[in-house]
Ligand binder design. Structure first.
Ligand SMILES: *[C@@H]1O[C@H](CO)[C@@H](O)[C@H](O)[C@H]1NC(C)=O
Ligand SMILES: *[C@@H]1O[C@H](CO)[C@@H](O)[C@H](O)[C@H]1NC(C)=O
Length: 448
Protein backbone atom coordinates (compact mmCIF):
# COMPACT_ATOMS: atom_id res chain seq x y z
CA UNK A 1 0.00 0.00 0.00
CA UNK A 2 1.38 3.35 -0.99
CA UNK A 3 1.94 6.12 1.49
CA UNK A 4 -0.87 8.05 -0.15
CA UNK A 5 -3.37 5.18 0.17
CA UNK A 6 -2.44 4.65 3.77
CA UNK A 7 -3.12 8.28 4.48
CA UNK A 8 -6.45 8.02 2.71
CA UNK A 9 -7.39 5.01 4.79
CA UNK A 10 -6.53 6.77 8.03
CA UNK A 11 -8.51 9.77 6.94
CA UNK A 12 -11.56 7.62 6.17
CA UNK A 13 -11.30 5.80 9.47
CA UNK A 14 -11.36 9.08 11.33
CA UNK A 15 -14.23 10.29 9.22
CA UNK A 16 -16.28 7.14 9.81
CA UNK A 17 -15.63 7.19 13.54
CA UNK A 18 -16.77 10.76 13.82
CA UNK A 19 -19.91 10.05 11.80
CA UNK A 20 -20.70 7.09 14.03
CA UNK A 21 -20.29 9.04 17.21
CA UNK A 22 -22.43 11.89 15.97
CA UNK A 23 -25.29 9.58 14.95
CA UNK A 24 -24.92 7.89 18.31
CA UNK A 25 -25.47 11.27 19.91
CA UNK A 26 -28.52 11.92 17.81
CA UNK A 27 -29.88 8.51 18.57
CA UNK A 28 -30.13 9.57 22.16
CA UNK A 29 -33.44 11.19 21.49
CA UNK A 30 -35.84 10.32 24.22
CA UNK A 31 -38.40 7.72 23.25
CA UNK A 32 -40.85 9.89 25.15
CA UNK A 33 -40.18 12.80 22.80
CA UNK A 34 -42.97 14.52 20.93
CA UNK A 35 -41.07 13.73 17.70
CA UNK A 36 -41.21 10.01 18.34
CA UNK A 37 -44.88 10.44 19.18
CA UNK A 38 -45.46 12.28 15.92
CA UNK A 39 -43.94 9.50 13.87
CA UNK A 40 -46.12 6.96 15.70
CA UNK A 41 -49.26 9.05 15.53
CA UNK A 42 -52.22 9.01 13.17
CA UNK A 43 -50.74 12.05 11.43
CA UNK A 44 -49.09 9.69 8.99
CA UNK A 45 -49.14 12.05 6.01
CA UNK A 46 -47.47 14.80 7.98
CA UNK A 47 -44.86 12.38 9.40
CA UNK A 48 -44.08 11.19 5.92
CA UNK A 49 -43.57 14.73 4.69
CA UNK A 50 -41.30 15.51 7.66
CA UNK A 51 -39.17 12.52 6.77
CA UNK A 52 -39.14 13.37 3.08
CA UNK A 53 -38.09 16.89 3.97
CA UNK A 54 -35.08 15.47 5.85
CA UNK A 55 -36.07 17.52 8.88
CA UNK A 56 -35.76 14.96 11.67
CA UNK A 57 -32.20 15.89 12.63
CA UNK A 58 -33.03 19.59 12.79
CA UNK A 59 -36.07 18.89 14.91
CA UNK A 60 -34.13 16.59 17.24
CA UNK A 61 -31.72 19.40 17.89
CA UNK A 62 -34.59 21.80 18.46
CA UNK A 63 -36.30 19.65 21.09
CA UNK A 64 -33.04 19.24 22.94
CA UNK A 65 -33.19 23.01 23.59
CA UNK A 66 -36.87 23.95 23.71
CA UNK A 67 -40.33 22.59 23.93
CA UNK A 68 -42.16 22.72 20.64
CA UNK A 69 -45.78 22.99 19.61
CA UNK A 70 -46.70 21.25 16.38
CA UNK A 71 -49.82 22.21 14.47
CA UNK A 72 -50.57 19.00 12.63
CA UNK A 73 -52.92 19.01 9.63
CA UNK A 74 -54.86 15.75 9.55
CA UNK A 75 -54.40 13.20 6.78
CA UNK A 76 -57.51 14.33 4.99
CA UNK A 77 -56.11 17.85 4.67
CA UNK A 78 -52.90 16.55 3.15
CA UNK A 79 -54.46 13.94 0.90
CA UNK A 80 -57.79 15.01 -0.46
CA UNK A 81 -57.94 18.71 0.22
CA UNK A 82 -54.53 19.56 -1.13
CA UNK A 83 -54.12 20.78 -4.70
CA UNK A 84 -52.35 17.85 -6.38
CA UNK A 85 -50.23 20.22 -8.40
CA UNK A 86 -49.03 21.92 -5.23
CA UNK A 87 -48.24 18.58 -3.66
CA UNK A 88 -46.25 17.52 -6.69
CA UNK A 89 -44.37 20.80 -6.52
CA UNK A 90 -43.49 20.17 -2.87
CA UNK A 91 -42.23 16.68 -3.56
CA UNK A 92 -39.93 17.63 -6.39
CA UNK A 93 -36.37 17.32 -5.07
CA UNK A 94 -35.41 20.77 -6.33
CA UNK A 95 -38.16 22.29 -4.16
CA UNK A 96 -36.91 20.70 -0.94
CA UNK A 97 -36.41 24.11 0.63
CA UNK A 98 -40.05 25.03 0.01
CA UNK A 99 -41.21 21.78 1.60
CA UNK A 100 -38.98 22.36 4.62
CA UNK A 101 -40.19 25.94 5.03
CA UNK A 102 -43.80 24.83 4.77
CA UNK A 103 -43.38 22.21 7.49
CA UNK A 104 -41.30 24.37 9.81
CA UNK A 105 -44.03 26.98 9.55
CA UNK A 106 -46.27 24.54 11.47
CA UNK A 107 -43.99 24.39 14.49
CA UNK A 108 -43.34 27.03 17.13
CA UNK A 109 -40.38 26.74 19.51
CA UNK A 110 -42.38 26.98 22.70
CA UNK A 111 -45.10 25.16 24.49
CA UNK A 112 -48.62 26.51 23.96
CA UNK A 113 -51.14 24.10 25.41
CA UNK A 114 -54.81 24.73 24.77
CA UNK A 115 -55.22 25.96 28.34
CA UNK A 116 -52.55 28.58 27.61
CA UNK A 117 -54.25 29.72 24.42
CA UNK A 118 -54.33 33.53 24.40
CA UNK A 119 -57.64 35.35 24.67
CA UNK A 120 -56.50 38.01 22.22
CA UNK A 121 -54.50 37.71 19.03
CA UNK A 122 -50.82 36.92 19.62
CA UNK A 123 -48.05 36.26 17.15
CA UNK A 124 -45.50 33.50 17.49
CA UNK A 125 -42.27 33.03 15.67
CA UNK A 126 -42.13 29.68 13.92
CA UNK A 127 -39.18 27.40 13.17
CA UNK A 128 -39.28 28.71 9.62
CA UNK A 129 -36.41 31.09 9.86
CA UNK A 130 -37.63 33.98 7.81
CA UNK A 131 -39.79 36.48 9.66
CA UNK A 132 -42.95 34.47 9.26
CA UNK A 133 -45.17 34.61 12.29
CA UNK A 134 -48.20 32.56 13.10
CA UNK A 135 -51.04 34.28 14.80
CA UNK A 136 -53.06 32.50 17.44
CA UNK A 137 -56.58 33.83 17.73
CA UNK A 138 -60.04 32.85 18.83
CA UNK A 139 -63.18 32.66 16.74
CA UNK A 140 -66.52 34.23 17.63
CA UNK A 141 -67.57 31.35 19.85
CA UNK A 142 -64.14 31.09 21.43
CA UNK A 143 -62.78 28.32 19.19
CA UNK A 144 -59.03 28.30 18.82
CA UNK A 145 -57.67 29.33 15.42
CA UNK A 146 -54.12 29.29 14.11
CA UNK A 147 -52.74 31.27 11.18
CA UNK A 148 -56.12 32.98 10.80
CA UNK A 149 -57.53 30.01 8.89
CA UNK A 150 -57.17 26.68 10.64
CA UNK A 151 -59.33 25.62 13.57
CA UNK A 152 -57.86 23.34 16.19
CA UNK A 153 -59.85 20.18 15.74
CA UNK A 154 -57.91 18.11 18.27
CA UNK A 155 -56.34 20.37 20.88
CA UNK A 156 -53.56 18.74 22.93
CA UNK A 157 -53.92 15.59 20.85
CA UNK A 158 -50.46 14.40 21.85
CA UNK A 159 -48.59 15.76 24.85
CA UNK A 160 -45.05 14.86 25.82
CA UNK A 161 -42.48 16.40 28.17
CA UNK A 162 -40.75 18.23 25.32
CA UNK A 163 -43.75 19.42 23.39
CA UNK A 164 -47.26 18.81 22.16
CA UNK A 165 -49.33 18.37 19.02
CA UNK A 166 -52.59 20.11 18.18
CA UNK A 167 -54.57 18.61 15.34
CA UNK A 168 -55.71 21.25 12.82
CA UNK A 169 -58.18 21.08 9.98
CA UNK A 170 -56.00 22.37 7.18
CA UNK A 171 -52.53 23.09 5.93
CA UNK A 172 -50.93 26.46 6.68
CA UNK A 173 -49.07 27.85 3.68
CA UNK A 174 -46.56 30.65 4.29
CA UNK A 175 -46.68 33.38 1.69
CA UNK A 176 -43.15 32.77 0.44
CA UNK A 177 -43.91 29.12 -0.35
CA UNK A 178 -47.08 30.12 -2.15
CA UNK A 179 -44.99 32.59 -4.15
CA UNK A 180 -42.37 29.97 -5.03
CA UNK A 181 -45.15 27.75 -6.28
CA UNK A 182 -46.79 30.49 -8.33
CA UNK A 183 -43.48 31.47 -9.84
CA UNK A 184 -42.71 27.92 -10.88
CA UNK A 185 -46.17 27.42 -12.27
CA UNK A 186 -46.21 30.60 -14.30
CA UNK A 187 -42.81 29.84 -15.82
CA UNK A 188 -44.48 27.29 -18.02
CA UNK A 189 -47.12 29.69 -19.24
CA UNK A 190 -44.84 32.64 -19.84
CA UNK A 191 -44.35 31.75 -23.49
CA UNK A 192 -48.08 32.20 -24.02
CA UNK A 193 -48.11 35.74 -22.66
CA UNK A 194 -47.93 38.60 -25.12
CA UNK A 195 -45.23 41.12 -24.35
CA UNK A 196 -46.29 44.58 -23.26
CA UNK A 197 -47.20 46.95 -26.03
CA UNK A 198 -48.28 44.08 -28.26
CA UNK A 199 -48.20 45.23 -31.88
CA UNK A 200 -51.39 45.99 -33.77
CA UNK A 201 -52.46 43.43 -36.34
CA UNK A 202 -54.13 44.68 -39.47
CA UNK A 203 -57.40 42.69 -39.63
CA UNK A 204 -57.46 42.72 -43.45
CA UNK A 205 -54.02 41.39 -44.09
CA UNK A 206 -53.42 39.61 -40.80
CA UNK A 207 -50.00 41.19 -40.81
CA UNK A 208 -48.47 43.71 -38.49
CA UNK A 209 -49.46 47.32 -39.11
CA UNK A 210 -45.97 48.44 -38.31
CA UNK A 211 -42.94 46.24 -38.42
CA UNK A 212 -42.37 44.92 -34.93
CA UNK A 213 -39.35 46.02 -32.98
CA UNK A 214 -36.72 43.31 -32.88
CA UNK A 215 -37.52 40.74 -30.22
CA UNK A 216 -34.73 39.70 -27.91
CA UNK A 217 -33.71 36.07 -28.27
CA UNK A 218 -35.74 33.81 -26.06
CA UNK A 219 -38.63 36.25 -25.73
CA UNK A 220 -42.04 35.01 -26.75
CA UNK A 221 -43.07 35.83 -30.32
CA UNK A 222 -45.04 39.02 -30.90
CA UNK A 223 -47.91 37.64 -32.96
CA UNK A 224 -50.40 34.90 -32.21
CA UNK A 225 -49.26 31.77 -34.02
CA UNK A 226 -52.16 31.96 -36.48
CA UNK A 227 -50.98 35.32 -37.72
CA UNK A 228 -47.51 33.98 -38.14
CA UNK A 229 -48.57 31.01 -40.19
CA UNK A 230 -48.26 31.21 -43.92
CA UNK A 231 -51.64 32.23 -45.41
CA UNK A 232 -53.79 29.17 -46.05
CA UNK A 233 -51.37 26.64 -44.67
CA UNK A 234 -52.45 23.83 -46.94
CA UNK A 235 -52.50 25.92 -50.09
CA UNK A 236 -49.39 28.00 -50.00
CA UNK A 237 -46.24 26.62 -51.53
CA UNK A 238 -43.52 26.29 -48.95
CA UNK A 239 -41.33 29.32 -48.72
CA UNK A 240 -37.72 28.51 -49.30
CA UNK A 241 -35.95 28.27 -45.98
CA UNK A 242 -34.40 31.71 -45.72
CA UNK A 243 -30.98 32.47 -44.34
CA UNK A 244 -31.10 32.73 -40.56
CA UNK A 245 -32.00 36.38 -40.21
CA UNK A 246 -31.52 38.34 -37.04
CA UNK A 247 -35.17 37.85 -36.08
CA UNK A 248 -34.67 34.12 -35.66
CA UNK A 249 -34.39 32.78 -32.14
CA UNK A 250 -33.91 29.11 -32.76
CA UNK A 251 -32.84 26.88 -35.54
CA UNK A 252 -36.32 25.51 -36.09
CA UNK A 253 -35.44 23.57 -39.23
CA UNK A 254 -32.85 21.50 -37.49
CA UNK A 255 -35.17 20.94 -34.54
CA UNK A 256 -37.81 19.62 -36.92
CA UNK A 257 -35.21 17.40 -38.59
CA UNK A 258 -34.15 16.20 -35.18
CA UNK A 259 -37.58 15.11 -34.16
CA UNK A 260 -38.25 13.43 -37.51
CA UNK A 261 -35.05 11.45 -36.98
CA UNK A 262 -36.18 10.58 -33.50
CA UNK A 263 -39.51 9.35 -34.88
CA UNK A 264 -37.72 7.14 -37.40
CA UNK A 265 -35.46 5.66 -34.74
CA UNK A 266 -38.30 5.22 -32.30
CA UNK A 267 -40.05 2.84 -34.67
CA UNK A 268 -43.75 2.51 -35.44
CA UNK A 269 -44.03 6.06 -36.78
CA UNK A 270 -42.57 5.64 -40.24
CA UNK A 271 -45.62 6.76 -42.09
CA UNK A 272 -45.75 10.06 -40.24
CA UNK A 273 -42.03 10.56 -40.62
CA UNK A 274 -42.39 9.93 -44.35
CA UNK A 275 -45.07 12.54 -44.61
CA UNK A 276 -43.03 15.09 -42.79
CA UNK A 277 -40.01 14.43 -44.93
CA UNK A 278 -41.93 14.48 -48.16
CA UNK A 279 -44.50 17.18 -47.53
CA UNK A 280 -41.76 19.73 -47.38
CA UNK A 281 -44.20 22.61 -47.04
CA UNK A 282 -45.46 21.22 -43.75
CA UNK A 283 -42.05 20.54 -42.27
CA UNK A 284 -40.74 23.88 -43.47
CA UNK A 285 -43.70 25.66 -41.96
CA UNK A 286 -43.15 23.92 -38.64
CA UNK A 287 -39.47 24.76 -38.75
CA UNK A 288 -40.20 28.38 -39.53
CA UNK A 289 -42.68 28.74 -36.68
CA UNK A 290 -40.26 27.21 -34.21
CA UNK A 291 -37.50 29.46 -35.53
CA UNK A 292 -39.69 32.42 -34.76
CA UNK A 293 -40.15 31.34 -31.19
CA UNK A 294 -43.40 29.38 -31.33
CA UNK A 295 -43.80 26.06 -29.61
CA UNK A 296 -45.60 23.00 -30.94
CA UNK A 297 -46.93 19.72 -29.69
CA UNK A 298 -47.31 17.04 -32.33
CA UNK A 299 -49.89 14.34 -31.69
CA UNK A 300 -48.29 11.67 -33.81
CA UNK A 301 -50.54 8.84 -35.02
CA UNK A 302 -48.62 5.57 -35.17
CA UNK A 303 -48.34 3.42 -38.27
CA UNK A 304 -51.27 1.20 -37.36
CA UNK A 305 -53.51 4.23 -37.01
CA UNK A 306 -52.32 5.69 -40.30
CA UNK A 307 -52.96 2.39 -42.04
CA UNK A 308 -56.64 2.65 -41.16
CA UNK A 309 -57.10 5.88 -43.10
CA UNK A 310 -59.38 5.40 -46.06
CA UNK A 311 -58.89 6.66 -49.57
CA UNK A 312 -62.00 8.75 -49.04
CA UNK A 313 -60.45 10.54 -46.16
CA UNK A 314 -57.45 11.37 -48.25
CA UNK A 315 -58.90 12.22 -51.60
CA UNK A 316 -59.70 15.89 -51.13
CA UNK A 317 -56.97 18.22 -52.25
CA UNK A 318 -54.82 19.18 -49.32
CA UNK A 319 -56.46 16.55 -47.12
CA UNK A 320 -53.23 15.00 -45.83
CA UNK A 321 -51.99 18.39 -44.73
CA UNK A 322 -55.33 19.27 -43.16
CA UNK A 323 -55.14 16.04 -41.23
CA UNK A 324 -51.63 16.85 -40.08
CA UNK A 325 -52.50 20.42 -39.07
CA UNK A 326 -55.26 19.05 -36.88
CA UNK A 327 -52.57 17.11 -35.01
CA UNK A 328 -50.45 20.16 -34.25
CA UNK A 329 -51.15 22.00 -31.00
CA UNK A 330 -49.61 25.46 -30.70
CA UNK A 331 -48.53 24.84 -27.10
CA UNK A 332 -45.72 22.97 -25.49
CA UNK A 333 -47.31 20.03 -23.69
CA UNK A 334 -45.74 16.95 -22.24
CA UNK A 335 -47.43 13.77 -21.15
CA UNK A 336 -47.22 14.99 -17.58
CA UNK A 337 -48.69 18.41 -18.26
CA UNK A 338 -51.57 16.99 -20.29
CA UNK A 339 -52.29 14.23 -17.82
CA UNK A 340 -52.29 16.73 -14.98
CA UNK A 341 -54.74 19.01 -16.75
CA UNK A 342 -57.19 16.28 -17.64
CA UNK A 343 -56.96 14.97 -14.09
CA UNK A 344 -57.72 18.40 -12.69
CA UNK A 345 -60.26 19.68 -15.16
CA UNK A 346 -61.88 16.58 -16.63
CA UNK A 347 -62.12 17.73 -20.23
CA UNK A 348 -59.59 20.02 -21.80
CA UNK A 349 -59.71 21.62 -25.25
CA UNK A 350 -56.52 22.29 -27.13
CA UNK A 351 -56.28 24.63 -30.08
CA UNK A 352 -54.89 23.12 -33.24
CA UNK A 353 -53.21 24.70 -36.22
CA UNK A 354 -56.25 23.71 -38.21
CA UNK A 355 -58.41 26.70 -37.38
CA UNK A 356 -60.94 26.86 -35.85
CA UNK A 357 -60.98 23.23 -34.84
CA UNK A 358 -59.99 22.18 -31.37
CA UNK A 359 -59.11 18.78 -30.07
CA UNK A 360 -60.69 17.57 -26.83
CA UNK A 361 -58.75 15.56 -24.27
CA UNK A 362 -59.94 13.74 -21.18
CA UNK A 363 -58.65 11.21 -18.73
CA UNK A 364 -59.39 7.60 -19.55
CA UNK A 365 -57.89 4.41 -18.17
CA UNK A 366 -55.07 6.28 -16.47
CA UNK A 367 -54.03 7.91 -19.70
CA UNK A 368 -55.05 10.83 -21.88
CA UNK A 369 -57.70 10.24 -24.51
CA UNK A 370 -58.05 12.65 -27.43
CA UNK A 371 -61.14 13.13 -29.55
CA UNK A 372 -64.53 11.58 -29.02
CA UNK A 373 -66.36 8.33 -29.56
CA UNK A 374 -65.18 6.22 -32.46
CA UNK A 375 -62.65 8.75 -33.57
CA UNK A 376 -60.73 8.87 -30.32
CA UNK A 377 -57.09 8.06 -29.73
CA UNK A 378 -55.09 7.31 -26.63
CA UNK A 379 -51.76 8.78 -25.69
CA UNK A 380 -49.79 5.68 -26.50
CA UNK A 381 -46.10 6.56 -26.60
CA UNK A 382 -45.53 9.53 -24.30
CA UNK A 383 -42.77 12.07 -24.77
CA UNK A 384 -41.17 10.52 -27.86
CA UNK A 385 -39.40 13.81 -28.39
CA UNK A 386 -39.29 16.85 -26.11
CA UNK A 387 -36.79 19.63 -26.56
CA UNK A 388 -38.58 22.51 -24.90
CA UNK A 389 -39.96 23.80 -28.21
CA UNK A 390 -41.31 20.75 -29.97
CA UNK A 391 -42.98 17.92 -28.14
CA UNK A 392 -44.04 14.72 -29.87
CA UNK A 393 -46.66 12.46 -28.29
CA UNK A 394 -47.50 9.16 -29.96
CA UNK A 395 -51.21 8.35 -30.26
CA UNK A 396 -53.00 5.26 -31.51
CA UNK A 397 -55.55 6.86 -33.81
CA UNK A 398 -55.94 9.55 -36.42
CA UNK A 399 -58.07 12.42 -35.17
CA UNK A 400 -60.72 14.33 -37.08
CA UNK A 401 -62.66 17.41 -36.00
CA UNK A 402 -66.05 16.39 -34.57
CA UNK A 403 -67.88 18.44 -37.20
CA UNK A 404 -66.20 16.50 -39.94
CA UNK A 405 -66.97 13.09 -38.48
CA UNK A 406 -70.66 13.96 -38.48
CA UNK A 407 -70.47 15.05 -42.10
CA UNK A 408 -69.27 11.77 -43.45
CA UNK A 409 -70.54 8.88 -41.44
CA UNK A 410 -70.40 6.66 -44.53
CA UNK A 411 -66.70 5.98 -44.36
CA UNK A 412 -67.06 5.14 -40.68
CA UNK A 413 -70.09 2.91 -40.96
CA UNK A 414 -69.50 0.90 -44.09
CA UNK A 415 -66.54 -1.41 -43.69
CA UNK A 416 -66.49 -1.90 -47.44
CA UNK A 417 -64.86 1.45 -47.96
CA UNK A 418 -62.13 0.71 -45.46
CA UNK A 419 -59.17 -0.58 -47.33
CA UNK A 420 -57.56 -3.05 -45.00
CA UNK A 421 -54.09 -3.82 -46.18
CA UNK A 422 -51.11 -5.09 -44.29
CA UNK A 423 -48.92 -2.45 -42.71
CA UNK A 424 -45.92 -2.92 -44.94
CA UNK A 425 -47.86 -2.43 -48.12
CA UNK A 426 -49.70 0.50 -46.68
CA UNK A 427 -46.55 2.29 -45.73
CA UNK A 428 -46.49 5.51 -47.67
CA UNK A 429 -50.13 5.28 -48.69
CA UNK A 430 -51.08 8.64 -47.34
CA UNK A 431 -48.07 10.03 -48.99
CA UNK A 432 -48.78 8.48 -52.35
CA UNK A 433 -52.18 10.09 -52.39
CA UNK A 434 -50.72 13.36 -51.24
CA UNK A 435 -48.13 13.19 -53.94
CA UNK A 436 -50.54 12.36 -56.71
CA UNK A 437 -52.75 15.24 -55.70
CA UNK A 438 -49.78 17.48 -55.18
CA UNK A 439 -48.28 16.32 -58.44
CA UNK A 440 -51.47 17.12 -60.28
CA UNK A 441 -51.37 20.60 -58.88
CA UNK A 442 -47.65 20.83 -59.41
CA UNK A 443 -47.04 21.60 -55.77
CA UNK A 444 -44.82 19.07 -54.14
CA UNK A 445 -41.39 18.93 -55.53
CA UNK A 446 -39.98 15.97 -53.66
CA UNK A 447 -42.61 13.34 -54.44
CA UNK A 448 -41.02 11.74 -57.45
C1 LIG B 1 -40.50 21.71 28.38
O1 LIG B 1 -41.61 22.07 29.20
C2 LIG B 1 -41.64 21.40 30.42
C3 LIG B 1 -42.95 21.75 31.11
O2 LIG B 1 -43.26 23.10 30.91
C4 LIG B 1 -40.42 21.76 31.25
O3 LIG B 1 -40.43 21.08 32.47
C5 LIG B 1 -39.17 21.37 30.46
O4 LIG B 1 -38.02 21.79 31.12
C6 LIG B 1 -39.19 22.01 29.08
N1 LIG B 1 -38.10 21.46 28.30
C7 LIG B 1 -37.18 22.22 27.71
C8 LIG B 1 -36.11 21.51 26.94
O5 LIG B 1 -37.19 23.43 27.78
C1 LIG C 1 -40.63 10.27 -50.09
O1 LIG C 1 -41.49 9.82 -51.11
C2 LIG C 1 -40.91 8.91 -52.03
C3 LIG C 1 -41.88 8.64 -53.16
O2 LIG C 1 -43.19 8.67 -52.73
C4 LIG C 1 -40.49 7.67 -51.29
O3 LIG C 1 -39.91 6.74 -52.16
C5 LIG C 1 -39.50 8.05 -50.23
O4 LIG C 1 -39.17 6.93 -49.48
C6 LIG C 1 -40.07 9.12 -49.32
N1 LIG C 1 -39.04 9.58 -48.44
C7 LIG C 1 -38.83 9.07 -47.28
C8 LIG C 1 -37.70 9.62 -46.48
O5 LIG C 1 -39.50 8.20 -46.81
Amino acid sequence: MSYYNALKLIFFTILLTSINSSTALQNQINSNSVLVALLDSHYTELSELVEKALLLQTLEQTVSHHNITIFAPNNEALEKQMDPEFKRFLLEPRNLKSLQNLLLFHIIPSRVGSNEWPADETHHKTLYESDNHLQLTRGKSGEKIVGGVAKLTRPDDVTRPDGLIHGIERLLVPRSVQEDFNRRRSLTSISAVLPEGAPVVDPRTHRLKKPAAPVPAGAPPVLPIYDAMAPGPSLAPAPAPGPGGSHRHFDGESQVKDFIHTLLHYGGYNELADILVNLTSLATEMGRLVSEGYVLTVLAPNDEAMAKLTTDELSDPGAPEQIMYYHLIPEYQTEESMYNSVRRFGKVQYDTLRLPHKVVAEEADGSVKFGQGEGSAYLFDPDIYTDGRISVQGIDGVLFPVEEMKEKPASKVSPATVTKVVDKQRRGKLLEVACSIGGALGRFTSCN
